[in-house]
Design a protein around this ligand. Structure first.
Ligand code: NCD
Length: 326
């Protein structure tokens, strides 16, 4: 299924593939000690040409927790890129050093170019404003563990919907699940790009565009907050105008459903006040934890190690409880 595949866009994954990840993540969460050796002898390389805390460390933690080893770099200045090496040459070379590679790059589609010459599975850890498929796997694992299903959820995406790659990938994944509805909360200048709205139209997924967070609170099952992506702005004055446009605080939380959850890929800047952290509906740190489970499941999949997981692994074909044994 996932064996030896490059994971570049969330759309590369079918509902069955996503179900495999959810199922494996659940199995690991129930019994983490059983998987402490499953990647013994395997090496993960993390090639991060752009800053990251969670994505890189959660990839590394995932591999280490499964008994594998990791190598890599966390900024382009410490790699041969600084000497002019092309990403393709880096990818060709690293296949001799590692069994699976995670790449983050500030320019869209560079991981895709690298995958074309990579002999080992290459996972996109975020490419420019384009996509962030493993954040979406993290998000799906979080939602599934909280609600027990990925169906019939009204999801508010709030903040920088123009540049935020996490929300771009999340939209593409959630449109696969029946009953999804989006409320897209952003000022005009940061609206979701048209191509994503078009894809919702094609999939028949209802959505509403608004700039009003407060008024949207009562209808949401999930509020997915995002940071204004300063590094993607050409003009710093534009960023300063939009900075602080949304701040979720305890007063706004009072308008939300009791069982709603707040998600955020992190890092947060000022868009969630710290007075929300103690609210049991604040799920962003739990979400960061689920990132390790999601990446453990993905690594198991692309290395084809699920046969080492023992008997009875089942896969959710959809979130409605139907399962397909493998
Ligand atoms: C996100 C990213 O890098 O796109 N962070 C992450 O991977 N958890 C979100 C962000 O930087 O705002």
């Amino acid at each position: 299924m996932l064996y030896r595949r490059h994971i570049l866009n969330i759309e590369d994954l079918s509902v069955q593939d996503l179900g495999f990840i959810l199922s494996v993540a659940d199995r690991i969460a129930e019994n983490p000690e059983s998987y402490g050796e499953i990647c013994k002898g395997k090496i993960l390389a993390t090639l991060f040409f752009e800053p990251s805390t969670r994505t890189r460390l959660s990839f590394e933690s995932a591999m280490l927790r499964m008994g594998g080893r990791v190598l890599g770099f966390s900024e382009a200045s410490t790699s041969s890129t600084a000497k002019g090496e092309t990403p393709e040459d880096t990818a060709r070379m690293i296949a001799g050093y590692a069994d699976v590679v995670a790449v983050r790059h500030p320019t869209a589609l560079v991981p895709h170019r690298m995958s074309a010459v990579s002999e080992v599975p290459l996972i996109n850890g975020g490419d420019g404003s384009n996509e962030h498929p493993t954040q979406t796997l993290t998000d799906l694992v979080t939602i599934h563990r909280r609600f027990g299903s990925l169906e019939n959820l009204t999801i508010g995406l709030c903040g920088d919907l123009k540049h935020g790659r996490t929300v771009h990938s999340l939209i593409k994944a959630m449109k696969l699940y029946p009953g999804t509805r989006f409320v897209l909360i952003a000022p005009d200048a940061l609206e979701m790009p048209k191509e994503f709205l078009d894809s919702l139209d094609v999939a028949g997924i209802p959505y509403r565009l608004t700039d009003n967070l407060e008024a949207s609170m009562p209808e949401l099952d999930i509020l997915y907050m995002t940071r204004i992506q300063r590094e993607r702005f050409q003009n710093p004055t534009e960023y300063r105008k939009l900075k602080g446009v949304y701040v979720l605080d305890a007063d706004k939380m009072a308008m939300a459903k009791k069982e709603m959850i707040v998600m955020h890929p992190l890092p947060r800047v000022d868009e969630i006040a710290t007075d929300v952290d103690a609210d049991p509906r604040a799920f962003y740190f739990e979400q960061a934890k689920c990132g390790v489970l999601a990446r453990m499941a993905l690594i198991i999949g692309v290395l084809g190690l699920e046969n080492r997981m023992g008997e009875g692994l089942s896969v959710h074909t959809s979130a409605n409880g139907r399962e397909l044994a493998i």
